[in-house]
Design a protein around this ligand. Sequence first.
Ligand code: HEM
Length: 435
Amino acid sequence: MLDELAAAYGTAFSLRIPRMPEPMVFFSDPAAIKEIWSSDPETLRAGEANIILRAALGPSSLLLLDGVEHLRERRLMLPPFHGDRMRAYGAAMRDATLREVGRWPIGRTLPVHASMQAITLDVIMRTIFGVGDDPELAPLRDALVRWTTLGTSRVGTALLLLTPPEYAQRVQALASRGVGRFLPWAPIVRAQRDADRLVRDIIAQRRRDGTAGRDDVLSMLLDARDEHGNAMTDDELRDEMLTLLLAGHETTATTLAWALHHLLASPAWLARVRAEVDEVVGVRGLVASEHLERLVLVDATIKETLRLTPIIPLVARRVARPTTIGGYALPANSIACASIYLVHHRADLWSEPRRFDPSRFVGKKPDPTHYFPFGGGTRRCLGMAFASYEMKVVLASLLAHVDLAPAPGARVRLVRRGITLAPSGGMPLIVTRRR
Ligand code: HEM
C-alpha cells in the first residue's frame, strides 16, 4: 500500500485513520526527514505518538515519555548500552548463540525465528538483571515468550492496532478481575499479567537484597536519584524493565531472521560472508570482541537487511502545535511519520532498491536522512549500538558453526507481527551440517 501511495502522491501524503481526528502524514523526502530529526521535541512529540504501546509498557516507559522527563530518563538508561559496558556482554551473546545452535536438528525444517528470540531474550535478561539462564528467571522468560507470541498473532495485532488505548487499558483492568476469561484476547492479558507480576517480584527482591557490587541495569536504576534526590518508584521501574525486555529482544531476533532469509536467497553472498567469518574467527569459531571490527561483510549484511526489510516501517511524532514540515502545514494533533520503508526503497537514493546487496554499506557511512532503521534525532533507538553489536556476534557465531540451506518449498513473505514486519512461517530453514 505504501508503494502504491508513494507512486500516486509522491514523497508526502496523508492517511485518515478511523477514530483519529487528524491525519497521519507520511514523509519520504530526506529534507523533510531532516526537519523531523532536528525539530523541537516540544513541538513533535514521540511519546504521545507511541500511545498504542501504553497498555503494554505503561505510562513511564521511555517510549511513552516526552520533554524533560524523557531526557532525564534517557540519560539514566543509556550508559549500559554503550562502549565497554556493552562489550562486556559479548561472550554472553556468543555463548547464548552456541547453546541454542547446539540444539538445532540436522536435516529437518527449523523455524529459526523462535530460536533467534530465545538467544536475544537470554541476552537482554542477562543485561538488565545481571543473570541469564538462571532457573529463577524461567517463569519470566516463559511469560514473555507467551506474551510476545500471542501479542503478535492476528488477534494480538488487531488488539494493539485497532483498540483505542483507553479501551485496551479497560480490557486489562477487567481481565485482571477475571472478567472476559473466555474472550479471544484473554490469554494475552494473562501472559502480560504474569510478566508484570514476575518483573515486580524481581524488583522487590533486588530492593531487599541491595545492589552493592552489581552493575546490571536494574541495580543502576534502583540507585539512580533525580535532581530532587528521589528514587524511581516500583511502577516506573516496572515500565522501563518491560520496555527494555520487549524492545530489546523481538527487534534483534526478527532482524536476524531476515538476515538469514536474505543470505539463503543469495548464495553468493552467503559464501562470501561465511568465508569472511572463517578467516577472521578461525577454526574454533569462537567470536570475540577483537574480531568484530574485521567482520566487515557481516556488518554490511545486517545493515543491508535493515535497509531492505526494516522491521519497524515508520517512526511517528504527534504535532503538539501547528508546524511546517517539507513545506506542508501540519495542524495540531496530526501525526508526522518518517517513513523508514519508503526512504529505504527510493530508487534515486539506492540503485536497484529491491536487490539485496550488502556492498552498499562496505566502507560507507549512510546519511541519517537516507537510512534510519533505528529512527532519529533525540529519540533514536536507545539500543542501537547494543543491537548492532549483538546481531554481529550472533550471526557470525552461527555461521561459524552450522551450514544452512533454504527449507524446500518454503516461500517466505513479509508478515505483520504486532508493530514489526517479520518473515512468514517463523522463517523456516534447514541445518545441513554441523561444522
Ligand atoms: C534491530 C534492532 C532494533 C531496531 C530496528 C530498533 C528500532 C527502534 C526504533 C525505530 C525506535 C524509535 C526511534 C524513533 O522514534 O525515532 C526505537 C526506540 C527504542 N528502542 Fe530500539 N530497536 C532495536 C533494538 C533495540 C534494543 C536491543 C533495545 C534495548 C536494549 C532497544 C530499546 C529501545 C528504546 C528504549 C527505545 C525508545 C527510545 C526513546 O524514545 O528515547 N531497541 N528502536
